[in-house]
Design a protein around this ligand. Structure first.
Ligand SMILES: [Zn+2]
Length: 152
């Protein structure tokens, strides 16, 4: 008989960009806010059984500065829908030339970028970080498939 694991798991999902274009008080970039849904589920053996809690996070898509919203508030603010006028594509660069040579050294040669498909600008979100940091940023922002490009 194997052990049964149970507890809660949280899933994150980037829902879209809503509301007016606003200058971020933290990074001074002007974008519509990104809305990320976090849903917690009670799981048994990692299979989600019942939802326990849902919250939203409304944040600057560049620096991540933002606030937590209750489901109801977030839904009201998102009611107008995402008009698709803001398209930001996340992508990861693994900068091989910055990769440490020693086997035991932490590989902090990863970068997370956000490409503004409208202006064409590529914005650095996090640089000189480890793969784990990229992973937690992806989770925090609710990004699903993010391509990794190897750069010499
Ligand atoms: Zn910001």
């Amino acid at each position: 008989m194997g052990a049964i694991y149970y507890g809660t798991r949280t899933f994150s999902k980037h829902v879209g960009y809503f509301g007016p274009v606003q200058e971020c008080v933290n990074c001074q970039r002007s974008y519509k806010k990104a809305y990320v849904k976090y849903s917690s589920w009670f799981h048994i053996d990692y299979i989600p059984i019942v939802p326990t809690k849902t919250v939203y996070f409304k944040a600057c898509p560049v620096c991540g500065h933002g606030v937590e919203l209750k489901s109801k508030e977030a839904k009201a603010e998102m009611a107008g829908g995402d008009d698709g006028s803001q398209v930001l594509t996340p992508h990861v660069k693994h900068v091989l030339s910055k990769k440490p040579k020693g086997i035991m050294k932490a590989d902090n040669s990863y970068e997370l970028w956000l490409k503004d498909e409208v202006s064409g600008e590529d914005i650095l979100i996090a640089g000189d970080v480890e793969k784990e940091v990229i992973k937690s940023l992806k989770k925090e922002r609710g990004y699903k498939k993010v391509p990794t490009e190897k750069v010499e």
